[in-house]
Design a protein around this ligand. Structure first.
Ligand SMILES: C=CC1=C(C)c2cc3[nH]c(cc4nc(cc5[nH]c(cc1n2)c(C)c5CCC(=O)O)C(CCC(=O)O)=C4C)c(C)c3C=C
Ligand SMILES: [Fe+2]
Ligand SMILES: [Fe+2]
Length: 337
């Protein structure tokens, strides 16, 4: 029997922090019709004419702040996760890592699986909460590529793992290192998403954003909603750590453009908490399985500085899942499920 193929796919990162690489990365990322979901002509004008030329130099500076001897943290941790998973699964499995944007590409990882004569492929988009712009985009590209093969192997996808028990335990364990009870408030800061993309997930058109608490419970109507899944992750984490409802806030960071994104925005929450006299914040970023630009710069540097300017004292990031053995066990279970 052939090996069972496993494909881990994370978002992607520039090949280097220099402006030309960042330009290439942002161009590929933001020209994805699931990321900037507007007609192609308008997307091309916006992305190639405005965002990429103006944003690349600024984003390059930020990447230079987090780049280290291992390169991009996101790629570095992703490689370790794939290696540890391969070791855990053993010789009956063939694990490949890909990035949705830049390298290693999904195309090359699939070619490696094909060359390895795998008998099946399990794809894990490495995003705990489903979003069309992340998991959906990975699934679409994998399906497009594999659909062109002469022999299409049995292929399956993990859609989301927002309530994965081991994942919750790892985040909680990482938080305990910081004595959560010594903080004035806890934030669960998720990567943002345009509201338009949330609304598109509600096929009934009757539920999403129709009330201020539409994401507070998961039901058949909103089970694929990124925000509702995020609220679920936050609830489970708060329960695991015994954090009461009034002591935490779910919020969304990294907004791009002028259109409304899912709210509340993390920056607004920082202002509100500072005005209430809160001094020390513990911040989880549970939309990511590895530390990356958004955690290591946006939270650790930008939000920390911003909160201090507002009168606060400290913003402490809870380390991501990275190379934690229990997270690798979680991946193993997903593969074997
Ligand atoms: C949870 C996963 C992610 C979703 C959903 C997502 C949506 C999304 N992102 C942008 C724009 C940018 N995101 C950027 C960085 C970035 N995004 C994710 C994950 C999700 N994005 C990660 C892991 C990272 C960091 C990658 C790394 O190398 O560390 C960036 C680049 C940085 C910058 O210029 O600010 C942009 C741009 C949009 C528009 C979007 C949904 C519509
Ligand atoms: Fe993003
Ligand atoms: Fe909702």
């Amino acid at each position: 029997m052939g090996k069972k193929g496993v494909l881990l796919v994370n978002l992607g990162t520039p090949d280097s922090p220099e402006v030309p690489s960042v330009r290439k990365y942002l161009d590929q990322f933001l020209m994805d019709e699931r990321v900037i979901d507007i007609p192609k002509f308008n997307r091309t004008l916006l992305v190639k004419g405005i965002i990429v030329p103006f944003r690349s130099p600024k984003t390059s500076k930020l990447y230079k702040e987090i780049w280290n001897e291992n390169g991009s943290p996101l790629l570095h941790y992703s490689k370790i996760q794939a290696k540890l998973l391969q070791e855990k699964l053993g010789d009956d499995y063939h694990v490949e890592l890909a990035m949705r944007y830049q390298s290693p590409s999904i195309e090359s990882a699939l070619a490696n699986l094909k060359a390895g004569l795998v008998e099946s492929i399990k794809v894990i988009p490495m995003f705990p909460q489903y979003a069309s712009a992340s998991s959906g985009s990975v699934m679409q590209l994998v399906m497009e590529l594999v659909s062109k093969w002469q022999t299409v192997p049995p292929i399956s996808f993990i859609n989301s793992f927002h309530d994965n028990k081991q994942m919750i335990e790892v985040f909680a364990e990482n938080a305990r290192k910081h004595q959560p009870e010594s903080y004035d408030h806890v934030l669960f800061s998720f990567h943002g998403l345009p509201e338009r993309q949330l609304l598109k997930c509600d096929h009934t058109g009757s539920f999403c954003l129709k009330s201020s608490d539409c994401c507070e419970t998961l039901s058949d109507t909103n089970k694929f909603c990124y925000s509702a899944q995020g609220h679920d992750t936050a609830r489970l984490l708060a329960k695991e750590l015994g954090i009461s409802k009034e002591n935490y806030t779910v919020c969304f960071q990294s907004r791009l453009g002028k259109e409304p994104w899912v709210q509340p925005y993390t920056t607004d929450v920082l202002k509100k908490l500072a005005a209430e006299g809160k001094k020390r914040l513990l911040v989880f970023s549970p939309a990511f399985v590895a530390d990356c630009l958004e955690t290591l710069y946006e939270i650790t540097v930008e939000y920390h500085e911003e909160f201090k300017t507002l009168g606060g004292e400290h913003v402490q990031l809870v380390e991501s899942l990275n190379d934690h053995p229990k997270f690798i066990e979680a991946l193993e279970e997903m593969v074997k499920a």
